[in-house]
Ligand binder design. Structure first.
Ligand code: NDP
Length: 246
């Protein structure tokens, strides 16, 4: 039986590339999407036409019960989750002076609470089966901080604290837990940044002199999910074109 990989926010820029890579490697891939995502069926249809048999399941990662229902449905219809990629995330960038409690909460709930909400649903099964992979998608800005991102940087840094602790608890059961910290990748999260800011402020910070490609991040996720990566746990792997050497 091929492994089952579940990718939260699987229909977003990075999520889609991760789903494609995992499918190409033979995983059965579940892409979750927000219940409010009106184009989810259209995306699934497009992917089916491209030859990808992704399973789409709605899941609001900010709500524990929604995550429980999602994983229960996956276990029933597809099988137990072997690889969990906590990829769903949002930004609400603004200076701390302007940031409201709602802006803080939205980012913490979507980027950090989500990691607890989803991992909680799958961890007992992984440890019982003595194999599992949890891959948390954080950010370079969780490593170095960023102007206008107190909420996002705190949530992404928090993900790695979670990773390091859980990795210690579950290592003896054949389960690895890792964080990846991408730099600027050319998805809508980044291409929505005004062009002048990208050109004048962001690209000059990146020694490789370009945005990363979603497929480059997907390749790293695939490696962490593999059997070959069994000795790699509790790490925070930077993938940022040399922007921040951590
Ligand atoms: P996108 O905006 O393209 O994708 C984000 C995904 O998160 C969407 O698929 C969205 O699902 C999902 N999502 C948001 N809120 C919820 C929610 N409440 N419940 C379920 N799903 C939700 O961004 P990227 O693909 O660029 O980002 C993916 C991850 O990578 C994020 O965690 C981001 O912080 C991180 N990252 C991205 C970088 C970049 O340069 N692009 C750099 C560093 C980190 P839906 O569309 O169904 O609403």
């Amino acid at each position: 039986m091929p492994h089952v990989a579940l990718v939260t926010g699987g229909m977003g820029g990075l999520g889609e590339a991760i789903c494609m890579k995992m499918a190409a490697l033979g995983y059965r891939v579940v892409a979750t999407y927000s219940p409010s995502n009106a184009s989810a069926q259209e995306w699934l249809t497009k992917m089916h036409h491209l030859g990808y048999g992704f399973i789409g399941v709605p899941c609001d990662v900010t709500h524990f019960d929604s995550c429980a229902a999602c994983v229960a449905q996956v276990e029933k219809e597809v099988g137990p989750v072997d690889v969990l990629v906590n990829n769903a995330g949002i930004t609400r960038d603004m200076t701390f002076r302007k940031m409201t409690k709602a802006d803080w909460d939205a980012v913490m709930h979507t980027n950090l609470d989500s990691v607890f909400n989803m991992t909680k649903q799958v961890m007992d099964g992984m440890t019982a089966r003595k194999w599992g992979r949890v891959i948390n998608v954080a950010s370079v800005n969780g490593q170095k901080g960023a102007f206008g991102q107190t909420n996002y940087a705190a949530a992404k840094a928090g993900m790695h604290g979670f990773t390091k602790s859980l990795a210690q608890e579950v290592a003896k059961f054949g389960v690895t837990v890792n964080t990846i910290s991408p730099g600027y990748i050319g998805t809508r999260m980044v291409t929505s940044i005004p062009h002048e800011i990208l050109e004048s402020k962001i690209l000059p910070q990146i020694p490789v002199s370009r945005l990363g490609k979603p497929e480059e991040v997907a390749g790293l996720v695939a490696y962490l999910a593999s059997d070959e990566a069994a000795f790699l746990t509790g790490a925070n792997i930077s993938i940022n074109g040399g922007q921040h050497m951590y």
